[in-house]
Design a protein around this ligand. Structure first.
Ligand SMILES: [Zn+2]
Ligand SMILES: [Zn+2]
Length: 173
């Protein structure tokens, strides 16, 4: 297993134009907050693969890949959930060029790549609007709170509400 890395000094790779290097690193990622809940990123050290290509004398093309899990309550059924997410991100760092947008926010003036910040942002982009234990999670019964995953076909027998009976007579064109 790779040692924990928060930053990567690109200049120390001593790549010349056209050269590339692949590095397998382990990075700690701070937890995410969703709907008032905290989701820890697992494992504690996420394995990431970084491909560094030296494009020009002072330019880099960078690719980050990895997978991580989020550990916290399912937004629908509230049971512990740990869904996994894949990350595949590209950064181009080309300072001093015509186009200022080619300066990566993750590479500083000393050619130090902030692996931790990049991994966290890339993971954030891969996350859905809410964390669920599985896409088909049935959630909780709105009436009694029963976990519908554990009780398929769960239903409440009751008298039909007259107000609803009235509503059902309305025809929507
Ligand atoms: Zn669930
Ligand atoms: Zn119920």
């Amino acid at each position: 297993m790779a040692l924990r890395t928060d930053t990567l000094d690109l200049s120390r790779l001593r790549l010349s134009s056209g050269q590339g290097k692949r590095l397998d690193l382990a990075v700690h990622v701070e937890p995410f907050a969703f709907g008032g809940q905290t989701y820890q990123v697992r494992p504690d050290l996420v394995d990431v693969r970084i491909d560094v290509s030296r494009t020009t004398a002072n330019g880099y093309a960078l690719r980050l890949r990895g997978t991580a899990e989020l550990d916290g309550p399912c937004a629908r059924c509230l049971e512990p959930a740990r869904p996994g997410f894949g990350v595949d991100a590209i950064e181009v760092h080309q300072p001093g060029g015509e186009d200022e947008e080619l300066v990566s926010p993750y590479v500083d003036g000393e050619e130090e790549l902030d692996v931790e910040a990049w991994t966290r942002d890339a993971l954030a982009l891969a996350l859905p609007a809410s964390i669920v234990c599985r896409p088909e999670c049935a959630g909780l019964c709105a009436e009694c709170g029963a976990n519908l995953n554990e009780e398929p076909g769960h239903a409440h027998e009751r008298e039909p509400d007259q107000r609803w009976a009235k509503l059902s007579e309305i025809r929507f064109e």
